[in-house]
Design a protein around this ligand. Structure first.
Ligand SMILES: Nc1ncnc2c1ncn2[C@@H]1O[C@H](COP(=O)(O)OP(=O)(O)OP(=O)(O)O)[C@@H](O)[C@H]1O
Ligand SMILES: [Mg+2]
Length: 317
């Protein structure tokens, strides 16, 4: 698919801390993982030292679901990807929205980004390398401002997936634990991964696969999933130990309130007491947040630690 056209010079060193969350299948936890990983690391850094540890989250997605997880969807900062689209078109450096959370800047996605591949094709015509490197071109000049860059990618959309994969050093692939998800989802992203590595970004590495929204911590389920992942991606594909447990309530609460899971965990403490509900003191519009968010927040924090530790180990090899 890619012709050998002129490739713009990319500062790959600047992209060494860039992680893309990707899978060819929809609804496997990509956006939840990307938003919470970025948000957790930013919160941790902001809590320990005012200015240190800035994080950038980029929404390469026509649905703009990062905005639901962070609660800015439909607010004044939500341009549905218009500024991002313009940067991709012109090749100028990205201008993220700063301080969406302490230490966390965001490049906002949405409907405009869904139209970006067609626009890039019209703008750069036969220059297919230039099209697929559109994000790398405008991310590299600002990437050194950040200690961590996380990219959320689109499901079932090869052109947008290629744009996201072409800008990253590390790929993390969340998947459900069933065989169809592993075969279809990981199978198709694996093809995009190989293509991008060969054509434009030889630095891209698969950091690991995450079992997301699994109903059980059963060793047998984990073992079987591991075997299927190896079938699809090869024996050396890594499966993270942390499984993000299944909780429909937490998924719903997070997007309903526009809060990350560790922020929900903090809200659990403000749930009304049973007796306040009975006596009417709690009022009628009291929000109750699922207490399971405490466990899911712990899974996501363990996973963030595992991801960063593994990247450091891989870098050291
Ligand atoms: N721990 C959890 N357990 C079960 N469901 C969850 C959990 N966390 C989030 N969800 C829900 O799972 C659904 C899919 O999650 P998410 O949007 O992160 O996946 P995705 O791969 O980004 O989807 P898409 O392919 O549509 O972009 C959402 O409805 C979300 O609210
Ligand atoms: Mg998503």
């Amino acid at each position: 698919m890619l012709d050998d056209d002129d490739v713009p010079p990319i500062d790959w060193e600047a992209l060494a801390n860039t992680y893309v969350v990707a899978n060819g299948k929809g609804g496997v936890g990509k956006t939840t993982l990307a938003s919470n990983f970025a948000g957790l690391v930013a919160a941790d850094a902001a809590a320990s030292d005012g200015d240190a540890g800035r994080v950038l989250l980029i929404d390469v997605n026509g649905q703009g679901n990062v905005g639901r997880d962070l609660g800015y969807r439909g607010t004044s900062i939500d341009d549905e990807g218009a500024a991002f689209y313009e940067a991709l078109r012109t090749g100028k450096p990205l201008e993220p929205v700063s301080g969406v959370r302490p230490g966390l800047d965001v490049v906002i996605g949405g409907a405009h980004i869904g139209a970006a591949p067609d626009m890039l094709q019209a703008t750069y015509r036969m220059r297919q390398h230039r099209q697929v490197l559109a994000l790398a071109v405008c991310l590299a000049p600002i990437a050194r401002r950040y200690d961590l860059v996380v990219i959320d990618s689109a499901p079932e959309n090869p052109p947008l997936q290629q744009i996201a994969l072409s800008s990253a050093r590390w790929m993390i692939a969340p998947t459900r634990s069933d065989r169809a998800s592993i075969n279809d989802g990981l199978g198709s992203i694996s093809r995009q991964f190989q293509l991008v590595r060969k054509a434009v970004n030889p630095h891209l590495r698969l950091l690991g696969v995450v079992l997301f929204g699994s109903g059980s911590a059963s060793k047998q389920i984990h073992r079987r999933a591991r075997a299927w992942v190896a079938e699809e991606l090869g024996d050396d594909a890594y499966l993270f130990d942390t499984i993000v447990r299944y909780s429909e309530a937490v998924g719903q609460d997070a997007r309903h309130h526009g809060r990350l899971v560790h922020e929900l965990e903090e809200a659990v403490a403000s749930n009304p007491k049973f007796w306040d509900l009975r006596s009417g003191r709690a009022g009628t519009d009291t929000t109750v947040v699922s207490a399971t968010s405490v466990s899911v927040a712990e899974d996501l924090a363990n996973l963030a630690r595992e991801i960063l530790t593994r990247a450091a180990e891989e870098d050291a090899v």
